[in-house]
Design a protein around this ligand. Structure first.
Ligand code: PGA
Length: 261
């Protein structure tokens, strides 16, 4: 099955609302020079902004055909959860995607595999597309524990989706080795592909062929305009989740261009 590539920017805790809109306007300007023919084969574009930048960002992003996403959400619809935001709340602002279980959330906010699995189910039920992040630490990689660590993280999510009748094929899984995030070090494309292929195999075992061939798997960790095409040349890598290099419109635009089929 042909999968649409996805270029997702994860802005983390960067950009005020005004800066976010400035980025969107700049991206629209850059995109306006592309001919209709060139747009064919372009990846799906997505920016995951901070909660405070979400209102009013959908419209300027639409000018460059870029979708809007959040970086986290709570699994409950509402309730006494000070500081949290629900799926319905981010949807109302135009989000169609949400990043779940980023390693920074697992590390600094103690998000467990079980919590990430629960949020994934809730996101799908709200018609949001979850981008579930998985990845090993440097110590785990050096100890040869990469595949077991990833399998545990992915397995928790797949178990939660086992009885889901539809929607599971919308799942996006981002493989982000923790040691490659923001460090300038990347996994080799071959190593990234080994992990991506194993993830797809695991999806196949748990949820069947149809879902496995539809699920998109991204690589993330120090991706930039110069190396993005390398990762995308691998059969099981369908896009990228990009932090630092997604903060400038020119750089994001170049990555979109370099991700074109
Ligand atoms: P990076 O971050 O591109 O800055 O390494 C990736 C991420 O954390 O999603």
């Amino acid at each position: 099955m042909a999968r649409t590539r996805l270029l997702a920017g994860n802005w983390k805790m960067h950009k005020t609302r005004a800066e976010a809109v400035e980025f969107a306007e700049k991206l629209a300007q850059l995109s306006s020079d592309i001919s209709d023919d060139a747009v064919i084969g372009y990846p799906e574009l997505l920016i995951c902004a901070t909660f405070t930048a979400l209102p009013g960002l959908m419209e300027p992003l639409q000018k460059s055909n870029t979708r809007l996403g959040a970086q986290n959400m709570h699994e409950a619809d509402h309730g006494a959860y000070t500081g949290e935001v629900s799926a319905a709340m981010i949807k109302e602002l135009g989000c169609t995607y949400v990043i779940l279980g980023h390693s920074e959330r697992r590390m600094y906010f103690a998000e467990s595999d079980a919590a990430v699995a629960k949020k994934t189910l809730v996101a799908l039920d709200h018609q949001l597309t979850p981008i579930v992040c998985v990845g090993e630490s440097l110590e785990e990689r050096e100890n040869g524990e990469t595949s077991t660590r990833i399998a545990a993280q992915v397995g928790a999510v797949l178990d939660a989706l086992k009885d889901k009748q539809d929607g599971a094929e919308r799942l996006v899984i981002a493989y982000e080795p923790i040691w490659a995030i923001g460090t300038g070090r990347t996994a080799s494309k071959e190593d990234a592909e080994v992990v991506a292929r194993a993830i797809r195999e695991q999806v196949k075992e748990k949820l069947g062929d149809h879902v496995a061939s539809a699920v998109r798997i991204l690589y993330g960790g120090s991706v930039k305009p110069e190396n993005i095409a390398d990762f995308l040349s691998e059969a099981d890598i369908d896009g990228s989740l990009v932090g630092g290099a997604s903060l400038e419109a020119e750089s994001f635009f170049r990555m979109a261009h370099n991700s074109t089929l």
